[in-house]
Design a binder for this molecule. Structure first.
Ligand code: F6R
Length: 612
């Protein structure tokens, strides 16, 4: 969602950094962009609805230059997609602010500030921040840091903000509460960003701020940093390992295509955690052995694709580790009465690590007395792993396409590794079985590679889907979550309505939808449920529905009129859902190409969902 960048450079113009940084944050999803730069005399601002590139052209046309500046990509929450609502916001020509997050009490604050004589030019909650800081600044005799400190005491909600002041061309104040913000250090230059991908073309030295931190920055670095309690604090500087190549297309047409093709490596890198380190609790954190030996059940909280990973993981956890596992959509869990159980392990799954609903669900679980939590996450140092007792990172690398692909398959690898680890620890997996599971994991990247070779066949299918108003995805058992993921991918990439059902549920309602206009994708691996799935397919065929069957090399299907078949590699057993995922990803990608939709940035969606 929204993105923040900022820079203080002693010897260079900041505009190039600000526009480059915002372009690197485009993947998060946004609808308008803007920058504000102090040119030595005053703060100049450019904002535009639409792409960063348009805004960057306008900034160059206006000859914007300066040694200090802030920038923002906005994803509308309070107020429509308009230039007046775009950030940065300016109060009294003096204070300029960019903001991620939501100020929940902005209406009351707006009334208070209006009574003080402030006029509002936007419908945003952010303008409240700008005026509030302006007010405190005028009251305290011109101390920007203290103005941010005092004003922020009034803000309820989540925010990351960066503030510059026309009176001071050498300093910036940043504050964080609930939304990520980092400071990065170059030679005589300091940068800030909500996401490390915005800065790594300039420097890899980064320090992550913590909730409640307020920092005064100059081109030399952090001059003052006070924590939530008002104590002087230090945040460790780390060297980011994110590769620049992962942020570029590298010959592919879209990031989604690149990321689909990166899966053999991403899965192999993630599998290495268990293949090199063994299926041992220590992979999940220093205290994992002790925590794993205390727990008697698991609850997984997640949203979207990560929720479907959780649904798949439940099958492995219950069948391999023999541990009860419930899975819940985070946004539902956080608002219901729950029964606390200190021996239940709460697992959150998130690519970004900053999905607000998942974060709040974790906080809620902890407040209800859940002692143990594990975060499965792709983004290092993000909010969820930092708030959990245990953490393990998928090794997918940066995922830029809004639709999740390699994050999902690597989450599955971790969940499988967790199931085997717990199974062994709890005495349900013998040493011999452990060796077999390791072998299956070792062979997985090769099977994914084979599935990628099916692209031409899936692209041929895509033409049949592109003109249809809806599609149905069916699966059974552990492949039902993959049907759900297939339907989600089709919806978000192509805007075709798609639904997924457990195949056995068809006759209880959705069969009424089936006619010759409804393509039905069936995930039908050669497992113990194949005969059941075949029976469900008969139900579709008898109603004139057209079947698109994803099955394995060794299953005994024959293609007939109205039954199209694509064979993924030979059935690989327990890890089969991961291979079938590749096929549904490629299908949706190709339907999107035929329909000409924006593959990497589907309409209305954002990569990191940091609002409710
Ligand atoms: C779908 C997709 C979303 C995310 C969801 C959770 O392709 O990407 O459904 O999976 O918004 O995001 P994370 O995993 O970052 O918590």
């Amino acid at each position: 969602m929204c993105g923040i960048v900022g820079a203080l450079r002693k010897n260079a113009n900041v505009v190039d950094f600000l526009t480059d940084g915002l372009a690197r944050l485009e993947y998060r999803g946004y609808d308008s962009a803007g920058i504000a730069v102090h040119n030595g005399d005053e703060i100049k601002r450019v904002r535009r609805v639409g792409r960063v590139q348009n805004m960057a052209q306008a900034a160059h046309a206006k000859n914007l230059t300066g040694h200090i500046g802030i920038g923002h990509t906005r994803w509308a929450t309070h107020g429509g997609v308009t230039e007046p609502n775009a950030h940065p916001h300016i109060s009294g020509g003096l204070i300029s602010v960019v903001h991620n997050g939501i100020i929940e009490n902005f209406e009351a604050e707006r009334e208070r500030l209006q009574a003080l004589g402030y006029e509002f030019n936007s419908q945003t909650d952010t303008e409240v921040i700008a005026h509030s800081i302006h007010h405190e600044y005028s009251q305290n005799g011109g101390d920007l840091y203290r103005a941010v400190q005092t004003a922020s005491l009034r803000f309820h909600g989540a925010y990351a903000i960066a503030v510059i002041c026309a009176d001071d061309p050498n300093h910036m104040v940043v504050a964080r509460m609930g939304c990520p913000l980092l400071v990065a250090f170059g030679d005589d230059e300091t940068f800030i960003a909500s996401d490390v991908s915005a800065v790594i073309a300039f420097t890899r030295k980064v320090a992550y701020l913590e909730d409640g931190d307020i920092a005064l920055l100059s081109a030399s670095g952090i001059e003052t940093l006070l924590d939530k309690q008002g104590n002087v604090a230090n945040r460790n500087t780390k060297i980011s390992e994110l590769s620049l190549a992962s942020l570029e297309l590298g010959g592919h047409s879209h990031f989604m295509q690149k990321e689909i093709y990166e899966q053999p490596k991403a899965v192999a890198d993630t599998a290495e955690i268990f293949l090199d380190g063994g299926f041992v609790p220590e992979n999940f954190g220093e205290t994992a052995r002790q925590i794993f030996s205390q727990i008697n059940s698991i609850k997984i909280l997640a949203c979207g694709t990560s929720y479907y990973a959780a649904l798949t993981g439940k099958y492995w956890l219950e069948s391999i580790a023999k541990i009860r596992c419930d899975v819940e959509i985070a946004s539902e869990y956080r608002y219901r009465d729950v029964i606390s159980d200190e021996n239940e392990l709460i697992i959150t799954i998130s690519q970004s690590g900053e999905t607000l609903d998942t974060m709040e669900a974790l906080k809620y679980a902890q407040a209800q007395g859940h002692k143990h939590s594990l975060s499965i996450c792709n983004v290092m140092e993000s909010a969820l792993p930092r708030s959990s007792s245990l953490a393990i990172y998928t090794r997918a690398g940066a995922e830029i396409g809004v639709a999740s692909t390699k994050a999902f398959t690597t989450q599955l690898v971790i969940l499988f590794g967790l199931a085997v680890t717990l199974g062994h620890l709890r005495g349900h997996v013998s040493d011999e079985q452990l060796t077999n599971y390791a072998e299956e994991l070792r062979l997985l990247p090769g099977s994914i590679q084979h599935a990628l070779n099916l692209e031409p066949q899936l692209s041929a299918w895509a033409k049949d889907f592109a003109t249809k108003p809806s599609a149905l995805f069916l699966g059974r058992g552990i492949h039902y979550p993959i049907a759900l993921e297939g339907a989600l991918k089709l919806k978000e990439l192509t805007y075709i309505h798609a639904e997924a059902y457990p195949a056995g549920e068809l006759k209880h309602g959705p069969l009424a939808l089936v006619d010759e206009n409804m393509p039905v994708v069936v995930i039908a691996p050669n497992d113990n449920l194949l005969d059941k799935v075949k029976a469900n397919m008969q139900e579709v065929g008898a109603r004139g529905g057209e079947l698109f069957v994803l099955t394995d090399l060794d299953s005994d299907f024959t293609e007939t009129d109205g039954v199209h078949i694509i064979r993924t590699p030979r059935h690989i057993g327990v890890l089969s859902p991961i291979v079938h995922t590749i096929a549904v990803q490629l299908l949706s990608y190709h339907v999107a190409l035929v329909r000409g939709t924006d593959v990497d940035k589907p309409r209305n969606l954002a990569k990191s969902v940091t609002v409710e």
